[in-house]
Design a protein around this ligand. Structure first.
Ligand SMILES: [Zn+2]
Length: 309
């Protein structure tokens, strides 16, 4: 936007309106056999959100394999925007291991909260015995993300606010609030048509912290929420996705109390959610929760990892 001389500025012209669009990467091939019901193991789709103004854009959670980065990057390039920042919602590698490839391609900065950056380092450390054992094609990933003052940055004058919501499906998770769009990019706090990963609830004594995180998202008053794991056929309605994520946690808690084994829990959840994607995620979570219950003296981290293998 340029102004000349002493022309009065039209305030409506100073701040351009924002828009957003979502690219959902299908899960990459998974190398580790079958689920208890005989299906091949898979993964979960990962959603990346492009928030853009008249020229500049910000991208969130750019997935994790080289192939995903190529497809996502081509989509971003097709939008013709100047990508300034890549924001990472939380430390799970499937949301960010490919971030450097996108940052280099578009000369963009990578932004996250201090808590998320610490979790990203933990994710890199877990690669050899977890991620690289399951998924081929993850590029070398260094943690190059930086924090921003007060967890706040801007896109063409519009506020982008990093909101720390604590533990949801892992520690130190955040969401990106875009007040001028009524939008929350929710990472793994809100899911949409895909199974939730409940495994790390063993580290925080249950699912209440996740419910608290959802309350914090709701308090932002969003109209639309982009869930990090979603069925791309569904819309982004905030009220529905919040209600469904809460309901899923309630169902999980009920069935964790009434089903004696991980397989029984897995089967019962599939019966309640026959159309949800990512049953491998359901199984990994069930394996972790029942594994800790059945082997209270064993190392919790090893039980969590084993759920994916
Ligand atoms: Zn995730």
């Amino acid at each position: 936007m340029s102004t000349t001389g002493t022309e009065p500025q039209d305030p409506r012209a100073v701040i351009e309106t924002l828009s957003y669009d979502v690219f959902v990467n299908d899960p990459p091939p998974h190398n580790n056999g079958l689920l208890p019901n005989g299906e091949r193991k898979g993964g979960s789709p990962v959603a990346s959100t492009l928030i853009y103004g008249s020229e500049d854009a910000v991208l969130t959670d750019p997935a994790f394999t080289t192939e995903q980065a190529r497809e996502l990057g081509d989509w971003v390039a097709s939008k013709g925007c100047n990508l300034t920042d890549i924001f990472i919602t939380h430390g799970h590698g499937d949301h960010w291991f490919a971030a450097d490839l996108l940052a280099e391609r578009f000369d963009a900065r990578i932004v996250a909260s201090a808590g998320t950056i610490a979790q990203m380092h933990a994710g890199v450390a877990a690669r050899p015995f977890l991620w690289d054992k399951v998924y081929p094609g993850i590029p070398p990933a260094a943690v190059t993300a930086v924090t921003v003052p007060d967890n706040h940055f801007t896109l063409e004058g519009h506020d982008l606010v990093i909101v720390e919501v604590g533990h949801s499906d892992t520690d130190d998770t955040t969401v990106l609030h875009v007040p001028d769009l009524g939008l929350v990019v929710a990472g793994d706090v809100i899911y949409n048509g895909a199974h939730l990963y409940i495994g790390e609830s063993v580290l925080v004594d249950g699912l209440q912290p996740w419910r608290d995180a959802i309350d914090k998202v709701e308090a932002l008053g969003p109209l639309e929420i982009v869930a990090g794991h979603q069925n791309k056929e569904l819309d982004d309605d905030a009220e529905r996705t919040i209600a469904e994520t809460r309901h899923y946690l309630d169902d999980a808690d009920e069935l964790l109390q009434t089903r004696d084994t991980a397989v029984e829990f897995f089967d019962a959840m599939i019966e309640r959610y026959p159309n949800h994607l990512a049953r491998t995620v359901l199984w990994a979570g069930a394996s972790a929760v029942y594994g800790v219950r059945e082997h209270p003296d064993e190392d919790v981290t090893q039980i969590l990892v084993a759920g994916w293998l």
